[in-house]
Design a protein around this ligand. Sequence first.
Ligand SMILES: [Zn+2]
Ligand SMILES: [Zn+2]
Length: 642
Amino acid sequence: MAITITLPDGTPLELDDGADGAVAAAAIGSRLAKAAVAVTVDGRQQDLSAPLADGAEVSIITIDSDAGRHVLRHSAAHVMAQAVLDLFPGATFAIGPPIEDGFYYDFDIGRPFTPEDLEAVEARMAEIVAEDQPFEREAMSKSRALEVFADHPFKREIIESVDEAEGAGGDQVTVYHNREFVDLCRGPHLPSTGRLPAFKLMRTAGAYWRGDETRPQLQRIYGTAWESRAAQEAYLHRLEEARKRDHRKLGAELDLFSFPTELGSGLAVWHPKGALVRTIMEDYSRRTHLAHGYDIVASPHIAKAHLWETSGHLSFYAEGMYPGMEVDEGDEYRLKPMNCPFHILIFRSRSRSYRELPLRMFELGAVYRYERSGVVHGLLRARGFTQDDSHIFCTEDQIGGELQGLLDFSLMVLRDFGFEEFEADLSTIPDKYVGDPQEWERATEALRDALEAAGLEYHVAEGEGAFYGPKIDLHVRDAIGRRWQVTTLQVDFAQPDNFDLEYATPDNTRARPVMIHRALFGSVERFFGVLLEHYAGALPGWLSPVQVTIVPVADRHVGYAGQVAAGLRADHLRVEVDDADDTVGEKIRRALTDRHPAVLVVGDDDVAAGTVGVRLRGAEERRGVAVSEAAEMIAELCRAPR
Ligand SMILES: [Zn+2]
Ligand SMILES: [Zn+2]
């Protein structure tokens, strides 16, 4: 007896009856057999050792693919749980999924893990890997599984909640054994623990069972696992790079901003240099918006709760809002989480004609969102921040042109700040939506056309649009290859309805405008954080809070340094004279540590000849440069992109 399976390229492969994924991989090639960790059969992943059915479409999952790394990290989580249960009598375990770049598992050992505990767990894991224990699958009834996990209440809770309809097994669940260790799991896994090439435990954290603060607190161990030691080393190196670039660390080192605990989680204060940089960003933003046909508007930080009822925020977004404030005998006010309703009220403040459309309103609007303290992360996810927010009111016919213009404008701005690689997600109509499906279709096409005209790579997120309209999310890649979401363009069919917006058409009938929401930086704070990490603190000249440091060699050169500084300031450069009582070398090092783009050193020869020594970022030092020439070089280095 033989079976025939189909490979991904459509070729048939004949195998003996009962052949499994490992046999199929070996029949294709010995290298594939070595790299194979699991197999996809008719779209479902399964263990390499599960028999293949005649006629199945089969593709081999190799260890160095995304799916393969998922399998190996998932298997590493099992090995970690096995080690913890071995080492800590009475320990129990909850869930342990693979995540991006690694895995975690949640345990209860009656106390937090110590660093010594992690070392012991890692050492025990290494033994389990060395023993090369096979992962063995077993299907069993729920009642049997409840007995197997009699001592493990979290597992029992999972078993009890397994939906009967979920698998073909009905009442069945699957468990995996390696030796005496058993875990509830659907698989697939590596064939054996010995196939785990590289892993490392990273850190621990408290985590509530089911993410619910009213349920028991568990102890989570995070680990990473890779297809080779080299891949793991490269990852740890990237992590180290990211740590060096952490904007919270740079913000403190460069004296830009801080998060005083007295203010509360996610709320920053901006120190002089940081506030100067954000002012430059905001000025750039206002200037370019004005130059591209936007009207600048402004709005307050609070509004009556009634406004947020009309806009639907209190129905759909209440958990993201701060609680109400009662004032004026029962009037409730809310801090604004978004600027949209204010701009809508400006639109609605008088009757509008088609001649005014598209109407583009722009505001640097501070908003406040209640983020859970666990997700607050420096400037990247704060509770108070300033959106560079825009709302465009247009006719349906204008959507295409507007989206095109918006996307071009957004890319121009992102390029001005030094980003060169972009990716986009296009989110389409979800199951529940408002508006006319044909209108949705046209708006989605318009978004797609805009992406294609801009030559952007994009990924379609089917059904991921908000209920009120399709959208584009733009991501940038930073200097170390990380992806950051920045800009969002969102078409909205709902708000014009909620607020009953209208304009007069050419034949003097009433029509409803369409709205487009657009935040370009996302928020000034978040974008600032991304820039700091992208540039590792060495902001481009035009954004640097100090552009030039002048270092007098000795006290007698301070007067001359002051003259040079005055000349540069007259050219609108931001200049500092370092007249501290330190050596020249120390002063230069300090200017470099502070990431100042230009350092000028002045000594006796310079005073006599009217020159300076010039050190520009990324260039060789030059001595005896005429002050006017140095000024031109620095102006060039610090020129704003527009
Ligand atoms: Zn598993
Ligand atoms: Zn909006």
